[in-house]
Ligand binder design. Structure first.
Ligand code: G3P
Length: 219
């Protein structure tokens, strides 16, 4: 399973990368705005800075919503670095753009996926990744994890190469359940990755080991 971090914050990206378990980064316009990044040049420079930290898989989202605009922006984003994956929204022109980029050998991440039908369309168009937003489905009382299960099954039925990238992952149980269901990737904030470390029995067990060692050493 690949771990991506869902942020545009360089410190968080560095911290996750230094842990040695990070496979990529996903960003979106809201996450870029949260870091105060705007304007074409600053946005490009920020994506480059992210690419310089990680080994691969940096999703950079287009802002245009028409086919020509998405192609123009996507090509510019892809030029920043070979690690860039062009992130495209699940809309009609987005599907056409994904097909175009797939033919050009440019990797894509189809974002804002909320149904199995959308995921099927994106796979048929040749998306490298699809991003079902599980937390946002949970927010409105739909089962986000059930959607992951459906998409994984559909892709297995037909052998689609498109990878299921579970997004809007809010907590460690989301991540663990995605792993059980066979999602190829999860993207989540740093705190979710770090949350996997925690267990009270690990803490108390280690405290006991260290205390016993100190006693035996006569400290
Ligand atoms: O990157 C998209 C997605 O992961 C957003 O998550 O928590 O804003 O629903 P959230």
């Amino acid at each position: 399973m690949k771990f991506f971090i869902d942020t545009a914050n360089l410190n968080d990206i560095k911290e996750a990368y230094d842990l040695g378990v990070l496979d990529g980064v996903t960003t979106n316009p809201s996450l870029m705005a949260k870091e105060g990044i705007s304007g074409e040049e600053r946005v490009r420079a920020h994506y480059k800075a992210i690419c310089d930290i990680v080994d691969d898989n940096v999703s950079a989202e287009v802002i245009a919503t028409d086919f020509e605009g998405m192609i123009r922006e996507g090509k510019e984003l892809a030029k920043i670095d070979d690690k860039i994956v062009v992130k495209i929204p699940m809309i009609k022109d987005g599907i056409k753009a994904i097909k175009y980029f797939s033919n050009e050998g440019i990797r894509t991440n189809c974002t804002l996926i909320f149904s199995a039908g959308q995921a099927l369309l994106a796979a048929k168009a040749g998306a490298t990744y699809v991003s079902p937003f599980i937390g946002r489905l949970d927010d409105i009382s739909y089962d986000g994890l059930e959607l992951i299960d459906q998409i994984v099954n559909i892709y297995e039925n037909y052998g689609y190469a498109t990878q299921v990238l579970a997004a809007s992952v809010r907590h460690t149980m989301h991540l663990i359940k995605c792993a059980e269901l066979g999602a190829d990737v999860v993207t989540c904030p740093l705190k979710v990755i770090l949350g996997l470390l925690n267990h009270p029995l690990t803490d108390s067990g280690l405290a006991t080991f260290l205390a016993d060692h100190a006693k035996a050493a006569g400290k």
